[in-house]
Ligand binder design. Sequence first.
Ligand code: GLN
Length: 486
Amino acid sequence: MADLTRLTISDALQKMQSGEISALDLCQAHLQRIERHDASIRAFIKLTPDLALEQARAADKTRANGGEGSLLGIPIALKDVLSTKGIETTCGSRILQGYVPLFDATAVARLKEAGAVLLGKLNMDEFAMGSSTENSGYFPTRNPWNHDHVPGGSSGGSAAAVAANMAMASLGSDTGGSIRQPASFCGNTALKPSYGRVSRYGLIAYGSSFDQTGPFARTVDDAARVMAVIAGHDPLDSTSMPAPAPDYVAQMNGDIRGLNIGLPAEYFAEGLQPEVASAVRAAAVELESQGAQLHEVSLRHAEYCLPAYYIIAMAEASANLARFDGVRFGARVEGRDLIDSYKKTRGAGFGEEVKRRIMLGTYTLSAGYYDAYYGKAQAARTLIRRDFDALFEQVDALLAPVAPTTAFRFGEALDDPLRMILADVLTISANLAGLCGLSLPCGFDEAGLPIGLQLLGAPFDEARLLRIGRVYQEATDWHLRSPELA
Ligand code: GLN
């Protein structure tokens, strides 16, 4: 039998429908692939093979009985930031070791309802803080294209698992770039939905005004299929948009003739790896040849994105992480009394980066500093949002690199927090303004590492981004390449 781990979701669904393969075949092929390759890549924090086999058998039964599900029998894996009922959920942190949620995140519940098969939980930077997955409380994940390089982060496991064909798709989360940047480093197609498009219920909070869950896949078509399942209003998340999501699978079809695409000058500025700049410009030219019109545009407040994001994200993180005290969730270190237990648990359970952010966030929220830092950052955020509002009056979408460079080597940015932060310089604005963003492979550098292109859209304009992405993928084959694994 051909290698089932290389199928797209639509091909796999078709083959299962016609009876050529079963969900069990598909599941076993992925479990075998994980067994062969995950010892070196280490995308998974936790595997759930028994559950996967059980769900695959159930999917086959459902299909045999005439039942349906838009992802019936499709093997998927989840970033460990998503709560899974009965399955340990650590968020990449030692402090949550042993925590077993009593409920599923809404995105997870919807995948299950659609018949997806859950292979396991994926590695990530602790509490989604980082850009390389080196901040995982457990172990780093390797980039399948080159094991000496990071997979990006914080959803490094989600990107690596799909790139290595260990899962047909995965979910990750994006607070400042954590879906798009690892997708770019590993050569995936991945979507960061607009704020409010996908429920945050059961997504362990980092920066609550930024966080969004979204799909990693190998093609736009596959990403749209997963997105169609997880998107839409959820009464359990008060920030979720109270309107139905469009039919992404139907709406991704169509041409892009006459569409206006803006290239923000600030995103092609100095510091970009030359191969990244040229691959992304070549992609823009490809879209132009498909009928789009290109425009040079400017984001006036681009330089304020990084400071505004990091002040607000750390402030929100310091509040969100206050709940991890050893009493209600996960690991606990006993102290002399309650306060001492809190201190010992948090001291032992959180890693360096998380502690740094809790301290900085607490500082910027404290009396006397609140106006100078947090208040100013919020004001800057408003200006940045208005910049985008104005731009989307002129153009239908923006096009830029995802990250200034391709995947860096382990250790290269770890001791230099500023360098790590710069990996997000091009992705953060979308989170500040609540935009949607699609990351697409658009080439390789000389070392053979993938280059990613990002399309940004106005809030709730995912369908248009998917359409542009699909046109691009019909004309190119970057997304079809897979790394050679030993
Ligand atoms: N790298 C950014 C940070 O550390 C973004 C992370 C994310 O999107 N979760 O905050």
